[in-house]
Design a protein around this ligand. Structure first.
Ligand code: SAM
Length: 250
């Protein structure tokens, strides 16, 4: 029977592709990729030529039927995204869900993942963490999302793009507090891999004064909230949240 392999690919350094990822990509009949041009270059680098299928957020539902047909015909399929582990802030959720529901085997070929790589070197608690991915692009939505997380005791992990990182850090300092400990990982595994760490306001300053600070891809990690002193309500600031949500209304 057909198998769907969910294959992690490098987040920057091509040498991070595992042998098993290479072998899996070599043996499958079909590669479902977020961007076929991008993943096509990876396959080319590996000397492979494969039938490919584009699977992105906008066509995932429509593509699932075709992949189920391929699996029914006994074909082996790999799912890859542009970088790192599929489904982690990347397409594939619906596909994996439907393929499992149809009774086919879905097997991981683990490897690079920016959030795990970043956490492994941040020196923040990792016994509990909350991955929040990308927050909304609009300021009010982002602030509302941060407000919901303000009292979360677990380490927080976010993804952010270079053109929003400064705004993100400003909102973070405002909502979670300027003294909240943060660690930012930029361009992990790449030539210009950089870390910024300190209080939120200090990290913001480091970013603003670094000529390359607003370039590259970021993982933002934040120490969880200190336990609320006994007697104080540990509920989230509902008034602030409501105010922000009202601003989101059309
Ligand atoms: N699936 C990927 C993974 O496993 O990490 C994440 C895909 S998501 C669309 C892309 C985001 O991941 C970037 O905006 C950035 O926040 C983060 N990211 C990916 N590669 C990175 C790197 N080399 N250094 C820092 N952050 C990275």
């Amino acid at each position: 029977d057909g198998v769907l392999y969910v294959v992690a690919t490098p987040i920057g350094n091509l040498d991070d592709l595992s042998d098993r990822a290479r072998q899996t990509l070599a043996k499958v009949d079909l590669v479902a990729a977020e961007d076929t041009r991008h993943s096509g270059r990876l396959l080319q680098h590996l000397g492979l030529s494969k039938q490919m299928l584009a699977l992105h957020d906008h066509n995932e539902r429509a593509r699932v039927a075709g992949i189920l047909d391929a699996l029914a015909a006994g074909r082996q399929v790999a799912l890859v995204s542009d970088a790192g582990t599929p489904l982690i802030s990347d397409p594939g959720y619906l596909l994996v869900r439907e393929v499992r529901a149809a009774g086919y085997r879905v097997s991981p070929v683990p490897g690079p993942c920016a959030l795990v790589a970043a956490l492994s070197v941040a020196g923040l608690p990792t016994d509990r963490f909350l991955f929040a991915g990308f927050l909304p692009a609009k300021r009010s939505g982002r602030q509302a999302a941060l407000t919901e997380l303000a009292r979360e005791p677990a380490t927080l992990v976010f993804y952010e793009s270079p053109h929003r990182i400064i705004e993100f850090m400003k909102d973070l300092a405002e909502v979670l507090g300027a003294d909240r400990e943060c660690v930012l990982g930029r361009e992990l595994t790449k030539t210009f891999e950089t870390f910024y760490s300190g209080r939120a306001d200090e990290v913001l300053e480091q970013l603003e004064s670094d000529p390359h600070g607003a370039r590259g891809e970021f993982v933002v990690m934040v120490r969880g909230a200190a336990p609320t002193p006994a007697g104080e309500a540990s509920v989230l600031d509902t008034d602030k949240l409501l105010e922000l949500l009202i601003k989101e209304l059309p």
